[in-house]
Design a protein around this ligand. Sequence first.
Ligand code: C2E
Ligand code: CA
Ligand code: CA
Ligand code: CA
Length: 277
Amino acid sequence: AKREGKNNIQFYSADLAEEMSGFYRMEQRLKLALERDEFVLHFQPQIDMASGRVSAVEALVRWNCPENGMVPPLQFIPVAEEAGLIGAIGEQVFRKACAQWRAWSDQGFLLKMAVNVSPLQFRDDAFIGQLARLLGEMRMPPSYLEIEITEGVLMGSAEKALGKLKALRDMGISIAIDDFGTGYSSLQYLKELPISCLKIDASFVREIQTNGKNLAIVKTIEALGRNLQMYTVAEGIEEQAQYDLLKDIGCTMGQGYFISHPMAAEKLEPLLRKLMT
Ligand code: C2E
Ligand code: CA
Ligand code: CA
Ligand code: CA
């Protein structure tokens, strides 16, 4: 048994070492990506269900890696968080999102810009100050910025998170709860936090036409939002039938491949032109 244990430990260490050097390589590569400005944003429209018009876009980060092509966020955000690089990446994301908002505004596309914020980035005490400076620099009224947070932001020090969210709200920034219903939801926080929007997770939207439970959950989230004076965004709409059903249920906004995939800013402009007028 002793021998076995020893072997297990050696086996484990070898594995760990391999994993660590993979992690270390990725960490170094991400640092270089920051220096080389390899992070890019794609934008996905959110449309007003009643009018069919685009009223907002969500910024989604990608790593435009010369060796591996466009790397999706779920492949590097967790490493960036672990390596303490998410703050720096997040700052670039906000800078690019606000710069694009400025450029679109100058072209006459007046849209709300939604930006994802990692819990670790949100916890940084410099976060709000950075955001305030950036908005000033870009001459972007805070009411055009929405931050998307997940329920994970509230774990740990909920008191501190509440203080920060109130500060953001007082600045005029709006706050959406992303992937609503998939985390450690509590109705208590919905009562206390200055939230303006619930994003209904794609996992509930996916089989809404055939899965009665999903339908019931989506209807309930919509009613919850409406009764609390929040608006709702249904995520992951892929088909006309889903769109029609969600519109009937009364979701305020919709987002998904059926409307548009996330795209580089220039590629999205023809659609914006079509769906804004
Ligand atoms: P999310 O915030 O829930 O974003 C929605 C994801 O669903 C995006 O994946 C989007 O491309 C995808 N999507 C949109 N419509 C559809 C659809 O109709 N069907 C399907 N199957 N998928 C759809 P993406 O861009 O790969 O982003 C994944 C996650 O990475 C995001 O989930 C978000 O949690 C995170 N993320 C993205 N950008 C950022 C960022 O700038 N900062 C941080 N901290 N996280 C980010
Ligand atoms: Ca999001
Ligand atoms: Ca989401
Ligand atoms: Ca998600």
